[in-house]
Design a protein around this ligand. Structure first.
Ligand code: ADP
Ligand code: MG
Length: 249
């Protein structure tokens, strides 16, 4: 089987405006890739399209996960099949405790009739929370409700650690992430790095990549990947900005 996330010539629109204009890239399982690009280039659009966000229309191309057509799957199915998406502003779910939320998500992945073992679930949960240095009180609190920005980030990484996705897409774009939140994301990703996980980190700033060293860096501009290179490409962009690449494209 082909073990990778493959995006081939993807076109997507919002309203009557085309945002993704033939985007292609591949993230093999076990690798960490970064997408960088100027504001408005379509980075968040890509993550939302892959999540199945209803505002976006796919007008061409393909997205495959281990050879299977992602775009034909329902939103829940994408997640059950092993795709994890973290957005910059995680949703709050009042009235649903963190522990129950995670338990329900894991339960949904089991074959019909099989039940989660509560003792094992909490062992697993506490182990991951310890790894992320999260206080146990967060198990009983409503998902993200009243959490600080850093606590939301940590919680998002906890969800990722519990769900053990095959591929994770982390949109950390634009502003807003302070250095502590960046480190939380980076520590979590680094702790989970391994042969069974492919990661696509979307970021406007090179800063995050000081902590998560990507195997490959892609540059997105105006809805297309215009350059792919090694980790040194991120440093070059930090130094020179995007203009030289845009002119060359
Ligand atoms: P990035 O994450 O790279 O900064 P986005 O994917 O958020 O870029 O946005 C790409 C383009 O799509 C921008 O020009 C933005 O204004 C436009 N866009 C995003 N969301 C919407 C929307 N809901 N309606 C109209 N245009 C949108
Ligand atoms: Mg964005």
């Amino acid at each position: 089987m082909i073990m990778k996330l493959e995006i081939k010539n993807l076109h997507a629109t919002i309203g009557d405006r085309e945002i993704l204009k033939g985007l292609s890239l591949e993230v093999p399982k076990g690798e960490v890739h970064a997408i960088m690009g100027p504001n408005g280039s379509g980075k968040s659009t890509l993550s939302k399209v892959l999540a199945g966000h209803e505002d976006y229309q796919v007008t061409g191309g393909e997205a495959l996960m281990d050879g299977r057509n992602l775009l034909e799957m329902g939103i829940d199915e994408r997640s059950r099949e092993g795709l994890f998406l973290a957005f910059q502003y995680p949703v709050e779910i009042p009235g649903v405790s963190n522990a129950n939320f995670l338990r329900a998500a894991l339960q949904a992945r089991l074959p019909k009739g099989e039940q989660i073992d509560a003792v094992k679930f909490y062992q697993h949960l506490y182990q991951k929370m310890d790894m992320l240095k999260m206080d146990r009180s967060f198990t009983a609190r409503s998902v993200n409700e009243g959490f600080s920005g850093g606590e939301k980030k940590r919680n998002e990484i906890l969800q990722m650690a519990m769900l053990e996705p095959k591929y994770a897409i982390l949109d950390e774009t634009d502003s807003g992430l302070d250095i502590d939140a960046l480190k939380i994301v980076a520590d979590g990703v680094n702790a989970m790095r391994g042969p069974d996980l492919g990661v696509l980190v979307i970021t406007h700033y090179q800063r995050l990549l000081d902590y998560i060293r990507p195997d490959v860096v892609h540059v997105l501009a105006d809805g297309r990947i215009i350059r792919t290179g090694g980790p040194e490409l991120a440093l070059e962009l930090e130094e020179k900005g995007y203009d030289w690449l845009l002119k060359a494209a």
